[in-house]
Design a protein around this ligand. Sequence first.
Ligand code: MG
Length: 335
Amino acid sequence: MIRLRHHAIDLQLRHTFRLARGDSDSRRILVVEIEHDGLIGNGEAAPIARYGQDAASAARAAEAMVAQIDDPRAFESAAARAAVAGEPAAEAAVDMALRDLAGKRLGAPLYELMGIDPSSMPVTSFTIGMDTPEVVEEKVREAAGFEVLKVKMGSEDDRRLLETVRSVTDCPVRVDANEGWALEDALAHLEWLQELGVELVEQPLPADQHAEMCELKRQSPLPLFADESVARAEDIPRLAEAFDGINIKLMKCGGLGEALRMIHVARAHGLKIMLGCMVESSLAITAAAHIAPLVDYADLDGNLLITNDPFIGAEVSEGKLVLPSEPGLGVRDRR
Ligand code: MG
């Protein structure tokens, strides 16, 4: 007998999120609990509005999925086989909960179950959203414990924003344009971004501009990473000519199983790998952290951008996520 419970939670953002696509103060996530044989596995969906998902659609999808799962122990295929099209966040939540259950049943943390070495964790970046120079300066000072910053761009103030960041810190900076530039802007921006010591640039052009992206890659002095251009493993082969790396997110791809497939496919195509996130609680961030030792760059700070995290899981120490050693995800309720 397999049972599902779920509830939505509004995660409150520490700072209003100003992205190229618009502002926001909170994000609604869905927490799922899958009960089987007296154990409970937890999962989280952070639905992506850009793709027409919300907590209600994720809840319906999770119900439909769990109704189709006969054997929750077969987590490697169960969530993927029952997946509801267009609801990868729900798929990620169910996949996560099944893996949490498996770890609890076998008494092993998830990373151990998957044969992953927790000591080879990459440093994780901390996101600085677009804002006035004064607020950006304050945010960079708040991020003093992090060794790498990720700066969100895509406005007319981009250069001033990065110069403000550079006036406070000389740590490595990654830039995320969130599809905010056109080819000519991007070519011009990449020059001064390199001069200001930027390490890599994420999604400079809109996701549908593949030919322009190929041209940009030919001329770019900096490595270019796909985010909005990539969701699942099947997207990766054609991206190898347009990007140097990909950003894998559980909420885009449908969970840890698909994320592992993406890691293998990206490696086979010579692409670098970043593991990213949406605004998420420590539940989903910790799930991603369990596979983070397999990637080159971690950008798992979604739980640090909120003020009401309902969970305790992986925590940042000296810029790196430290995994909990309890069975399964190792995440517990904050209450
Ligand atoms: Mg991005």
